[in-house]
Design a protein around this ligand. Structure first.
Ligand SMILES: [Zn+2]
Length: 278
């Protein structure tokens, strides 16, 4: 049974480390960077991992050339924000919940020793996103499982970890059903930096701007934040989150460190608060 105190967000000394795990270079900038920047401002270490290398993100360049370019772009974005970059594991469209990839994500999570893992929606329009989310969830679960696959090998750690899922692209699942966040982070203060980070992904920006109009790449991201802000009913620009079921990830089922760390930057709806109190 859970305790009523959960509604306030229990934050008894979580490690100030967060890792974002997403499929492709620029996915983190679109849906998670504002929240990461807010945590960074509060003294958190921020770790950044793209599972795939972005090798399908061009119609002109070959696989190796575009993957190299996108690695440099992701690193530039991390450098700008002061995030720690982790190298990708596989090509685009090859993300799968298989042991070698799981071992790589477990290793990154054990290196970062986070109390918060941010990842993509378990239901999303694209399989890479869903599979990256599944890998992040299992890897977070394995943080304290010493015999789980981990390559390069790193020691398990035994502290509470909370997993939060970002909203899917277009805010709908693969069958077109609209999904509800329930928890929103105000990212207005960090919108400019979020834009600058996304603009580091120049190969994608040029491509989309050319085909869809000037600055459509950056505008799409801002439009998404505005849509989330509107749904929050409180903020102008926001990122939406859903907390993963804490069973197996934390000994304290009330563990909600994102809410605790960001205070007034977080708004939750009554349904979310009720779930915590039940
Ligand atoms: Zn993606």
């Amino acid at each position: 049974m859970k305790k009523a105190k959960s509604a306030s967000g229990n934050t008894a000394g979580p490690r100030k480390s967060v890792i974002a795990v997403a499929a492709h270079p620029d996915d983190i900038e679109f849906a998670m960077a504002g929240t990461l920047l807010a945590l960074r401002d509060r003294g958190w270490e921020v770790h950044y991992m793209n599972v795939a290398n972005g090798n399908c993100g061009s119609v002109n360049l070959g696989s190796k050339a575009i993957a190299g370019k996108r690695l440099a772009e992701a690193k530039a974005s991390c450098k700008l924000a002061g995030f720690v970059h982790y190298p990708p594991l596989v090509n685009d469209l090859e993300i799968a919940h298989v042991t070698p990839q799981l071992a790589g994500v477990v290793s990154a999570i054990r290196a970062a020793r986070p109390s918060i893992v941010l990842t993509q929606s378990p239901a999303d329009y694209m399989e890479d996103h869903q599979n990256a989310s599944r890998l992040a969830v299992t890897a977070a679960f394995c943080h304290g499982v010493p015999n789980a696959p981990c390559k390069p090998a790193r020691k398990a750690f035994f502290e509470n970890v909370a997993v939060y899922h970002a909203m899917p692209h277009g805010l709908r699942d693969m069958l077109g059903k609209q999904l509800h966040a329930g928890m929103w982070v105000d990212v207005e203060k960090h919108a400019d930096m979020k834009k600058k980070m996304l603009a580091c992904h120049a190969s994608q920006k040029k491509w989309l701007d050319a085909t869809q109009g000037m600055d459509s790449y950056l505008q799409t991201m801002i439009d998404l934040c505005a849509a989330m802000g509107k749904l929050s009913g409180k903020f102008r620009l926001a990122e939406g989150w859903r907390r993963h079921n804490p069973l197996g990830f934390a000994t304290d089922l009330d563990f909600d460190p994102l809410r605790g760390a960001l205070g007034s930057l977080v708004h939750v709806d009554r349904k979310y608060a009720k779930w915590l109190e039940e």
